[in-house]
Every structure is written in structure tokens, then in C-alpha cells.
Design a protein around this ligand. Structure first.
Ligand SMILES: C[S@@+](CC[C@H](N)C(=O)[O-])C[C@H]1O[C@@H](n2cnc3c(N)ncnc32)[C@H](O)[C@@H]1O
Length: 315
């Protein structure tokens, strides 16, 4: 009975460097082995894995999804699977691995667990499939949000999202910044008339309510919903912000959002301008250009390679 390691590349060598003694490894497993042995241990093809002997299979490659699918075909139980690079798999699968703690011990396990963990899906979700789909679609957007939120320590202010729709991204903000007040601005009735949204686009975005959004928030006690068309929905609100997600698709409301939020963003804070790089929504980048003209300066921003082409504006 022993520990098996999937992968014979850098990930596997890091694992040894992090403290798993080579003697404890029964064999390596690799779909494309470079040879019959690695670090003087045998290298098996996945189908050669002896399930009866395998107590724990530590997966060191980045292709966690593909390996998980192959392991499911081979009948490797999830309790025996530990993924060291599961940040590409869009969910922390390691909660299911009960074998790891007993075999590796808590100290080594904590050293090995992936640090860039993706936002977990709260168990309390009312409609689990919908947020799941959203998470799968855009790893870069969500992982960037997680990293930005970690950098906000010491930066005062509330969080906000303008353009909430069904609350999937807002839910992640609320999860990552549980102690912060989170303002959620949305008409919950789609776009203003002058946005000229197509009938289908309008109908799709009107299909939500403030109650449904609140129901999927992990910390609803810190959430303040501001329903109605922005900027009227502000109704004189004076606040300072550390993180703002601006996601309203069209030029006029994006410009109004920049006018309100940018001067109120604390030093060290971030404004995520969603769809800045979306070819189908040119009004977003146009609004930023107009706002920069208004204030007479260029705002430093980092473009993301996420699905919507977010630009992260940094204070
Ligand atoms: C693309 S969706 C937001 C998606 C959401 N941020 C997410 O990632 O899950 C855009 C939202 O902006 C809202 N919206 C657009 N213009 C608005 C305005 N002037 N006032 C309030 N909400 C607006 C729409 O109702 C819609 O729900």
C-alpha cells in the first residue's frame, strides 16, 4: 500500500522539495512518460495503476480537469485524490480527499495545498447550477478578483458593484470580502432606454430580482441593495470604496459610474471595468476615453485576458 504521484515534471520535483520523502512514493504515473523510471522509481501508465495498492494519488500536473476525468474512468475514488495544482480546475477538489491528512500529516498537507485557491462555491446556493456555469466560464476574472481582494488589507472603504444582474460576481466579492459593506446597484429591470439594447439583450438582463440576488449572498447582512436606474439610485449616497466592479455594458451608465466611483476610490483600491475589451460592447472603452478627457489624465490600468476583457484601474 502506498502513495502514488501523477506527473514526472517540475510539479513532481517540487513535491519532493516541499518535504515528501522519495522513499514514501510507490511509483509515478504519467500519460506521456519520458521513460520507465523517474528519480529511480517506476513510472506507470494510468491504466497500470494498481487501485488496490494505491492509498493516495497526488496529482502534480496543471491539467487537473483532464486527470480527474481519467481517474474517474479508472475508478480512483475521490477520497484518494489530492490535486496540487487545482487552480485551473475552477473548484477546490481537495475537500473530498480524506486520505491525505492521515497519510501526510497536517503540517505537510498545509504546505502542499494550492495557495491560489479559486473562490469556493457556497454550499447555501439557491440555484447551484447557474453560478457554477459562471465560475467555469471565467477563471481569470475570478482568480484575479481573489488576488486583488487579498491586496486590500489596510485599504479602507466599502465594496460595490454597478451592474449586478443575477449576482454571480457580487456573490464572489461578498465571499472574498466578508467584513466589508457591499453596495449592489442595479435596475433589476435591464438597461435604460437610451442604451439601445436589443430586445433579447434587454429581456435576458431583466430576468432577475433583488431578492434572488440577496438569497445567494454568503454574507447578506453586509449587503446593501440599491435598486433603480443609476445614477438616480444613488440618492445622495456618500461613501468611500476599496473595490468597485463596473459592469453595465453601455457607454452612458459606464461614464456615470466612473464619474461617481473613481473620485471615491481609496488609494490602493481597484475598479474593475468589465467588457472594456469586448468587441461587442464598444461603449465601455469609449466611456473611459471620455472620462479621461473630462479629468485630463490617463488612468493607469491593467488589461486582463478574461472572457469580457476587463481593465483593472488602480488607484
Ligand atoms: C452584464 S450585467 C451584470 C453582470 C454581473 N456583473 C455579473 O458579472 O454577474 C449588466 C447589468 O447592468 C444593469 N444596468 C445597466 N444599466 C443600468 C443602469 N443605468 N442602472 C442600473 N442598472 C443598470 C442591468 O440591469 C444588468 O443587470
Amino acid at each position: 500500500m502506498g502513495i502514488y504521484v501523477w506527473g514526472t515534471g517540475c510539479g513532481a520535483s517540487e513535491l519532493i522539495g516541499q518535504g515528501l520523502e522519495l522513499e514514501r512514493i510507490a511509483a509515478f504515473v504519467d500519460s506521456f512518460p519520458g521513460g520507465e523510471a523517474f528519480l529511480s522509481k517506476p513510472v506507470l501508465l494510468p491504466e497500470q495503476l494498481d487501485l488496490g495498492d494505491c492509498e493516495l494519488l497526488i496529482v502534480t500536473t496543471r491539467h487537473a480537469d483532464a486527470v480527474a476525468a481519467r481517474c474517474a474512468q479508472l475508478g480512483v475514488p475521490e477520497e484518494k485524490l489530492l490535486f496540487l495544482k487545482n487552480n485551473y480546475a475552477l473548484a477546490d477538489r481537495n475537500g473530498r480527499c480524506t486520505a491525505a491528512q492521515a497519510l501526510l500529516g497536517e503540517e505537510l498537507l498545509q504546505r502542499l495545498l494550492p495557495q491560489q485557491r479559486i473562490v469556493p462555491t457556497p454550499a447555501s446556493l439557491a440555484e447551484p447550477m447557474l453560478p457554477e456555469r459562471e465560475l467555469r466560464n471565467d477563471y481569470v476574472r475570478l482568480a484575479t478578483l481573489e488576488l486583488l481582494c487579498r491586496r486590500l488589507e489596510g485599504v479602507p472603504g466599502a465594496a460595490a458593484e454597478l451592474g449586478v444582474y443575477r449576482g454571480f460576481f457580487a456573490r464572489c466579492i461578498n465571499e472574498l470580502l466578508p467584513e466589508r459593506k457591499l453596495y449592489l446597484f442595479d435596475s433589476f429591470a435591464g438597461f435604460a432606454e437610451d442604451a439601445n439594447a436589443s430586445a433579447a439583450f434587454q429581456a435576458a438582463h431583466a430576468n432577475t430580482t433583488a431578492q434572488k440576488v440577496l438569497a445567494i449572498m454568503p454574507h447578506p447582512e453586509n449587503v446593501v441593495v440599491k435598486p433603480g436606474f443609476f445614477p438616480d439610485s444613488l440618492r445622495g449616497l456618500e461613501e468611500r470604496f476599496c473595490l468597485v466592479s463596473l459592469d453595465v455594458d453601455f457607454a452612458r451608465t459606464t461614464l456615470e459610474g466612473l464619474r461617481y466611483f473613481w473620485p471615491r476610490l481609496e488609494k490602493g483600491g481597484y475598479l474593475l471595468l468589465h467588457d472594456w475589451g469586448s468587441p461587442g460592447l464598444p461603449g465601455v472603452a469609449e466611456a473611459l476615453r471620455r472620462y479621461e478627457e473630462e479629468i485630463g489624465e490617463t488612468i493607469p490600468g491593467v488589461p486582463l485576458c478574461d472572457v469580457g476583457g476587463t481593465l483593472v484601474l488602480c488607484r
